[in-house]
Ligand binder design. Structure first.
Ligand code: FAD
Ligand code: NAP
Length: 464
């Protein structure tokens, strides 16, 4: 057992207080924000954060785009939480496989599931398995160094790309494909992604949504960034905006500002100098993919043309007109949302809604859930934080009456030790972190992420 664990145990024993033991499953933003709030409310608490990977921070490390370093800085806050003496990070522990949720419920006074949404929504249409029809989630994992996506086979030797979906994830994908590598080379993007992007032949990216501009899921900051891309022509279809101008004054402020920006860009005269603009982004609305065409390799996507039905603008749904449009492409990325999974059969799970069954974070008994595992895969950091704080408040309220003694970490340790599982402590992660920063420095980058789990574990052991 690590010496710092022993230090902590001694500290707790010497106070003679009844210690409340909380286990958090998943070290993404929801897990850390919940831990922060529990620390604020309770003195006599010990929090163990169990994480499947040897490294912490979830999508703050593996999702947020490399050209958004200011957003990634949220990990500085998580670092302060992880180094609080009441908190222990236990990496390389796959809950549901290495230790069950029922075992955790026995060992701890409260178990909080914050394991995110690690899978993809599927379109379930013909051709979805063709080569170069890629999961957008995996593309993000690839450029961000997620170990399971390091070998993603993506061919950027193509000129035309289609991104399906119009959320902020689709925006990130589109922007990374069209950003000059000069702007990415000093970030923490993986070197292999940078190298592949530097040879990319991509000239045109079409980002296609099934509904209209008034329902676009992306937000203004992300659209502004896209419109500012250098040497990139922005193309809209004026027919997608029929009747939209009249509705804009009636919209809520954020949606109104977003629409004003779209309309401004639509009306802006484009500089058509082909020497100045060598890339192009097309924003296409009212099209639902119905088939991916090609033999082995993708050649085009067939879309059903849609109209909108329904009274309330934001709730309008796309209906097929019966007409179709085929758009050629050599690569398509599906970005229609993530999906939560049931990591352990004892977790009550709603497959249709795609989330852990919960009421305001309460699952049942001493089991709780927060973040994307509980809400489904929606919401930026701020919303995830608000949700995690609310659920943490509930946990603290319900824990107040608890008097029973629980084994806590000792119970988990016995199980993992018997299985020969190497626990990665926060100090171990800091060794990995140092190596990544050193490697990055040599390349003139913020960090060079290690993408191989075996190598992470060797560094954690001190073997490298
Ligand atoms: P996650 O971040 O997914 O964390 C879940 C954690 O649980 C992970 O570490 C995972 O490894 C772990 N886990 C999974 N299974 C197990 C298991 N069986 N055992 C143990 N651990 C497990 N928000 C912004 O505000 N700004 C942005 O710029 C931004 N960019 C984003 C970019 C992308 C591509 C995505 C997908 C989201 C982005 N977001 C952004 C949203 C933000 O990332 C989420 O709000 C937030 O990460 C959700 O936190 P979470 O803890 O619920 O899930
Ligand atoms: P999202 O915002 O829910 O967008 C999903 C997109 O996919 C929507 O355009 C949706 O269209 C479309 N879609 C869903 N099902 C479809 C189908 N069957 N066929 C065609 N299109 C379909 O999800 P996301 O982009 O994955 O983002 C997840 C969350 O992370 C969001 O809250 C987002 O804001 C956040 N995030 C934030 C940032 C940032 O702040 N920079 C970056 C990335 C992600 P409909 O609207 O018609 O359903």
């Amino acid at each position: 057992m690590k010496c710092y664990l022993i230090r902590n145990c001694i500290r707790f024993l010497s106070t003679g207080q009844h210690i409340l033991k909380v286990c958090i499953v998943g070290s993404g933003p929801a897990g850390f924000f919940a831990a922060q709030q529990i620390l604020k409310k309770l003195d006599n608490v010990r929090i163990d954060i169990l994480e499947k990977l040897p490294v912490p921070f979830g999508l703050a490390r593996f999702g947020i785009a490399p050209d958004h370093p200011e957003v990634k800085n949220v990990t500085n806050r998580f670092h302060r939480i992880a180094t609080n003496p009441h908190v222990q990070f236990l990496g390389n522990v796959n809950v549901g496989t290495d230790v069950t949720v029922d075992q955790l419920r026995d060992f701890y006074h409260a178990v909080l599931l914050t394991y995110g949404a690690p899978e993809d929504q599927l379109l379930n249409i013909p051709g979805e398995n063709l080569n170069n029809m890629i999961s957008g989630r995996r593309f993000i994992g690839w450029y961000n160094g997620l170990p399971s996506d390091k070998d993603l086979d993506i061919n950027l030797d193509v000129e035309e790309v289609i991104v399906i979906g119009q959320g902020n994830v689709a925006m990130d994908i589109t922007r990374i494909l069209l950003t000059s590598v000069d702007k990415l080379k000093n970030t923490d993007i993986t070197s292999f992604a940078l190298e592949r992007l530097s040879c990319s032949k991509v000239q045109k990216v079409s980002m296609v949504g099934r509904r209209g501009p008034l329902q676009a899921a992306f937000t203004i900051k992300e659209l502004r960034e896209l419109l500012k891309l250098e040497k990139c022509k922005k193309v809209w279809r004026p027919q997608d905006f029929t009747g939209v101008r009249d509705i804009v004054p009636t919209l809520s402020r954020p949606r109104k500002r977003l629409m004003e920006l779209m309309l401004k860009s639509l009306e802006e005269p484009e500089n058509d100098d082909i020497f100045f603009k060598f890339r192009e982004v097309n924003l296409i609305f009212l099209r639902s993919p119905v088939e991916f065409h090609g033999y082995n390799e993708l050649q085009s996507v067939r879309f059903a043309m849609n109209y909108l039905r329904g009274d309330k603008i934001e709730d309008q749904i796309a209906e097929a007109t019966g007409e179709f449009e085929t758009i050629p492409c050599g690569l398509a990325l599906r970005s229609i949302g993530f999906r939560t999974i049931q990591i352990d059969s004892s977790i009550p799970f709603d497959t249709s809604k795609g989330r852990v069954v919960n009421t305001d974070g309460k699952v049942d008994g001493n089991l709780y859930s927060a973040g994307w595992a509980a809400t489904g895969p929606v919401g930026v950091l701020l919303q995830t934080m608000t949700n995690a704080f609310q659920v943490a408040n509930l946990v603290c309220k319900e824990l107040a009456s608890s008097t029973e003694n629980k084994m806590g970490f000792d119970g988990v340790y016995n199980i993992l030790n018997a299985k020969g599982i190497q626990i990665v402590s926060y100090e171990d992660w800091q060794k990995i972190d140092r190596v990544e920063q050193e490697r990055g420095k040599k390349l003139g980058k913020k960090r060079e992420k290690i993408v191989d789990i075996a190598e992470m574990l060797e560094i954690a052991k001190g073997a490298i």
